[in-house]
Design a protein around this ligand. Sequence first.
Ligand code: ATP
Length: 368
Amino acid sequence: MAGVRLEGVSKVFGNITAVAKMDLDIKDGEFLVLVGPSGCGKTTTLRMVAGLETPTEGEIYIGERRVTHLEPKDRDIAMVFQNYALYPHMKVYDNMAFGLRLRRVPREEIDRRVKEAAEMLGIAGLLDRYPKELSGGQRQRVALGRAIVRHPQVFLMDEPLSNLDAKLRVQTRAELIKLHQRLKTTVIYVTHDQVEAMTMGTRIVVMKDGVVQQVGTPQEIYNRPGNMFVAGFIGSPPMNFIKGILEQVDGKLFFKGKGITFNLSFVKLGELPDNKEIILGVRPEHLTLHQEESTTASVAFGYYIPCIVEVVEHIGAEAIIHAKTRGGEELVIRYTGENKIPKMGEMIKVRPQGNLHLFEMASSQCIL
Ligand code: ATP
């Protein structure tokens, strides 16, 4: 097993910088997820680690070995792609054994490894079938098995679950987590799906336009997003952003947006100047809803934000409420309360419960 290190790695295709000066230290045994929107450079990063692309600049290490210019076959990695890429004319057993035969691993050793991996993945009964006789989920397991039998130092996975239906994806996600716990091999996993990133990664790298935005554990990324991009990308439904300024009134700090005054006296902001343009960020699950008639005083004091309900999405145990403030800002609230779910057109009062995020408008960087 080994960790992977990227030092100042960039990849430029013509006039597109797919990856820009990336530094990353992936620890031995880590499950690291690269996540970001389409085109942000995730796959290019993975392909450079695999040796399928050469960096324009920078160095890549696997363990202590510098592998920047090594052939893929000499890097001791195994890749799993979204399209499985099984050989259609070979049975499952032979698909899994193929890479080992090429490496001239002794026949008994191949047999032992294939059966062990098949057992681990629950496909021991399928070894005699051809890929066309398998379901999508079973094919994906064979692709995983083919990687596992290699006993590589690092697994590289590029959206390996994206061809599976929603239910199978959730199930296979859990199996991959268990598999990693068992094998403890370093995994670099690419996905554009933030739920996959949050549930699978021991650490997550959020990328945008070839640039790393933040690296952290799922909890760090969710609780302390470093900028508005990360804040908006991780979390579903996404974080609400409200434009406004900070203002001191009678020694108390207030957030003032369009038609919104919100008391922030509980926030310790240090030396932040008044009248600074900011974005207040609050996740839908951190907005609480009060249905009783609001007194003018509590609204004036800024303890609640009055809104009108526009759309209610019922999702089993919870409801996603889309509401509009007096100033026309849209807020999304995740409601899991016991009370009656408000209806379209109803007036509600919304209150952010702690977990507030403040971003500087100009830079979009987090300041709280
Ligand atoms: P997706 O989730 O859509 O696969 P990604 O985050 O994996 O996206 P990459 O495939 O790494 O993104 O692509 C990053 C950028 O580099 C994109 O703008 C893409 O068009 C460009 N790119 C990738 N490969 C090449 C190539 N071989 N030639 C030219 N441009 C490329």
